[in-house]
Design a protein around this ligand. Structure first.
Ligand code: THU
Length: 164
């Protein structure tokens, strides 16, 4: 038996003005996306914005449903929209933010497990990692270069193939 460990590396910024203008713009687009959030059940609004390598920015927000599992997270709304409109474009970055009706959310919002799996699949379809930029209403910003840190030992397409 061997004990092993996985180390996750990410960047943490104290203030927005320390970000690159590209990251800051994407985060602002994620914040703008909050306007389209439909979250009457959780009262937790999530906004996401995807930057493609063709320069386009696609926004998404969480869309809830009275039949709870029929709703969808902001990240998947944005990613699915981006890849269906521009299937050949690579996703460079994904910015995520959230705002709650009843408290000040100053923790960076992290993608849920299902969204992590979708980010992983999107990354596998392209040559480059996806930068993930996360912020709450206020407070610090966290940036990861690639999904691996958020989804270690992920399930991916090669695992479906028979071992030779
Ligand atoms: N939500 C997202 O949109 N993205 C996440 O990464 C976490 C959760 C949404 C789903 C639901 O509408 C609300 O936040 C509360 O879970």
């Amino acid at each position: 038996m061997k004990k092993k460990e996985i180390i996750i590396k990410y960047d943490e910024y104290e203030k927005d003005d320390l970000l690159t203008s590209e990251d800051l713009e994407l985060l602002n687009e994620a914040r703008n996306a909050l306007k389209g959030s439909y979250a009457p059940y959780s009262n937790f609004h999530v906004g996401a914005a995807v930057l493609l390598d063709n320069g386009k920015i696609i926004r998404g927000s969480n869309q809830e449903n009275a039949a709870f599992p029929s709703g969808l997270c902001a990240e998947r709304v944005a990613l699915f929209h981006a890849k269906s409109e521009f299937p050949d474009a690579e996703v460079k970055s994904l910015a995520i933010t959230a705002s709650a009706d009843h408290f000040n959310n100053n923790e960076p919002v992290t993608p849920c497990g299902s969204c992590r799996q979708v980010i992983a699949e999107t990354e596998k379809r392209q040559s480059n990692r996806i930068r993930i930029i996360m912020k709450g209403d206020s407070g610090i910003i966290r940036i990861l270069n690639g999904i691996e840190g958020l989804l270690p030992m992920m399930f991916h397409e090669e695992l479906l193939k028979k071992n030779k």
